[in-house]
Design a protein. Structure first.
Length: 347
């Protein structure tokens, strides 16, 4: 153990799913365990666990990333998508000099107290927790797109009994990191919470599965706290079972007396997916019609208020109060010189 104090959150689930056909105002309960390992006894005033979500936006007149070697200047490569939060004070000053602004809005913050003032001994202790989130269907989904992120986290925090206790813990932490492992007497304690844990609603019992293998999970730790991401999915399809019989939509069109085309893709899409599949078919209507290449991409539309002040979604008129901005990303060119007319092409 290279920490004098190590706090960890072990949630039972790392995702929250809600669906279009669910009853509105449905609560959702997150359960799990908070673990604390100590090399020295400490006296704490409070241990809290909470759930929070926030929106981060970078607002600018031009993209912060400008690749002049890229002929498609409106596209941000995936490696440069994380532009919503500055990285260090140099990055912050550079963005301000370029006229970029950052906006943050807290969507939800709810916390419960697991333990009040108590002396904790050396070793490992654990506490079960339960947090009920009201109106989970009203939460916007987790999202990661250029200049915009919506993130949710479980967080745990220790509040010490005094400043002297904080100084001692900081000293122990520094000495442990400097000199490595210190011998301790191993002990494990499980502390039960007096109040009964709330059972997760029946609508979500079937959704208690992990997507750890599909999601990059980053746990953030500091001296007296830790946090771990929770992904929130808002599905437009009725349930997970509908994925076995998912509907598709087809778009048909033509250039008169020149070429017919058809594009097909799934009717429902999950914003957190890293790719969206589709199929297409082209049929020339005259001998001179040839297909050299196709280009496909995702288009992101943003709208911003053009005047300062409190933003009221219900009272605005788009053409008078809002200005749109369009970004294209994941642009791909497909060579079609060897395409057989009428053949279905899948992407």
């Amino acid at each position: 153990m290279s920490f004098a104090l190590k706090l960890n959150i072990v949630p039972d689930v790392d995702t929250i799913h809600s669906f279009a056909n669910e009853t509105t105002h449905e609560p959702y309960t997150i359960t799990g365990t908070v673990e604390l390992e100590l090399l020295r006894p400490i006296h704490i005033r409070q241990l809290v666990i909470g759930f929070k979500g926030h929106v981060d936006c970078a607002i600018s007149s031009a993209d912060f990333f400008q690749d002049y070697a890229n002929k498609d200047g409106d596209e941000l490569p995936y490696s440069k998508w994380n532009t919503a939060q500055p990285k260090g004070w140099v990055d912050t000053l550079t963005r301000k000099a370029m006229g970029e602004a950052n906006a943050t809005w807290t969507i939800i913050k709810k916390q419960v107290t697991l333990m009040q003032e108590q002396q904790l001994s050396i070793g490992k202790s654990s506490w079960p927790f339960s947090i009920t989130i009201d109106n989970v269907d009203a939460l916007p989904p987790s999202i990661f797109i250029p200049h915009h992120t919506i993130q949710y986290q479980l967080f745990a925090q220790i509040k010490l009994n005094s400043i002297a206790e904080r100084i001692k813990v900081s000293y122990w932490q520094a000495m442990t990191r400097l000199f490595g492992h210190l011998p301790i007497t191993t002990a494990t304690t499980t502390i039960s919470v007096p109040t009964a844990l709330t059972r997760t609603s029946s609508n979500t019992d079937s959704l208690l599965f992990s997507t750890m293998e599909h999601t990059r999970i980053n746990t953030t730790r500091h001296l007296l706290g830790t946090s771990t991401p929770i992904q929130v999915y808002r599905h437009s399809y009725p349930s997970l079972y509908s994925l076995y019989q998912i509907q598709r939509v087809r778009y048909r069109g033509c250039r008169t007396d020149h070429i017919d085309y058809e594009v097909s893709m799934s009717k429902f899409a999950c914003l957190q997916k890293k790719q969206f599949g589709f199929t297409c078919r082209f049929m020339p209507l005259c001998p001179d019609a040839t297909l050299a290449s196709i280009e496909y991409y995702l288009e992101q539309t943003e709208t911003y208020p053009i005047r300062a002040g409190e933003f009221q979604q219900a009272s605005i008129t788009f053409c008078d109060s809002m200005v749109p901005r369009y970004r294209k990303y994941s642009r791909t060119f497909q060579e079609m010189s060897h395409y057989e007319p009428g053949t279905e092409l899948g992407k």
